[in-house]
Design a protein. Sequence first.
Lengths: 132, 420
Amino acid sequence: MLLVGLPVLGLLGILEAGRTLAAPPSIAGEWTLEFGSVSNCAALGRLRQPALTISQSGASALITLNDGHASTLEATINGPTLTAKSLTHKSLTAAIAGKAGERVLDGRLTLEGCAPASFRAARRAPSTKPGS
Amino acid sequence: MPSLFQLVLQIAVILVAARAVGFLFQKIHQPQVMGEMVAGILLGPSLLGWVAPGISAALFPPASLTYLNALSQVGLVVFMFVVGLALNPAELRAHGHAAVLTSHVSIAAPFCLGGLAALYLYPRLSEDTVTFTGFALFLGSAMSITAFPVLARILSERGLLHSRMGTLAIACAAVDDITGWCILAYIVVLVRVTHAVRPAWITVAGSLVYVAVMLVVVRRCLPVLERAYRRHGKLSDNLVAVIVALVLVSALATEWLGIHVLFGAFLMGAIMPKSPEFTRYLLHKFESVTVVLLLPLFFAFTGLRTRIGVGGDSTIWFYSAIVIVVAVAGKLGGSMLAARLAGAPWRDAASLGILMNTRGLMELVILNIGLDIGVISPAMFSIMVLMALVTTFMTTPLLEWVYPSRLLRAESGETRQNVA
């Protein structure tokens, strides 16, 4: 009884303690970008919608740009902030806002030869659970 | 849509790789299935996709994986039926207190430690669409599983299948599997209900009705099949088709209820009549195609979703080490302690702990369910796959160390002399 009861009690305590923990916000899926201002920069012009595809594993993510070359940026999620960069000096920073189903990204994207462009992104196909 | 040529080519490559690596693993005294699991990983991004991305992309383009997955899922449905079929609750009754204590502790201890690990891993490897409860319960359940089929194969290969420790291990693993799948069914419902369109009460009430129908109605009708087998020494093709249809209907029922297609197949196997001849006959009928053809496809599909060491993020190795240590401490340590307290000598208790720590392909089945329903992230999936491989791989050498073959042969000799 003791050998089974103690772990079960421990598990109940763990489940209670874990209620206060927060996991990184879910951002996986395809994102459509709207830029704040019109840019003549060629690299930005090559982006097609959905401009970003994000695959996520906890606080780490991989952002793939729909720029014809499938350029990738390695990203980290720190609280409500997404920071990403590539070896070729592309970078993205964004604030993650909204609930899981209505999540938006507000931030800046920098591509080679372009000035940082501010954008607002909406998830095109929210990452629904396959089991749902 | 991928061409038939591509699908057949994929199957051929997977089968050749599975048999070749399985053969090599047998040479180092590992079970064939361990090699097949590793072959699946090698065909994925962890090796082929890393060293030859062009070949990998041409051989396994993402669009073609739907078909590979469909085939592997059909294989898993049949395989889960076979696993259920091989379970025999009478084995548990024969071992009484020791089996009950060891099996319960071997679930409770890793479950608790898995939950403890979840406190650290949830903020790092999960997402806010998954609740902590779902994540922790899934982790605990995945850590507490024992691979009943792999365990039986290891025991058989070492000539321990009918020893006292072997039968005790099989009995404990049987209880672990039944309990583990029940807990997992609950977790799947818990996770799916949060996202499902269907009201939760339909899932809960429907599941209770389903289990009652299976145990009370279907189970009582099944001996008809056994009697037909006894009369003719075999089953007609029509009756085999009836069994397949029953498995599929049961699987569909659990899928419709929101549990999972595999639970229905497993339960159908578990309630089949358990006379040794009938069970052997059905196992022979269903096992060959499943084990030789369809399971390697499942291993390959799992491998294609696993990214061990890809990306060079060293923290993943740290998380992997935590998961492996926790899994081994909970399962091996918990089972060993329980067996020792139940009166087994240290050597037997340690051997039992080592055997119960074998997770094998049952772990891969559970992890794929977890990834499918979104309760674990791809990184967590890869970490857990690595844990499954390590804990399965370590079984044979650890067992040889604790319970050497020469000792086993000597003890077998003594037993024979005593009998004489």
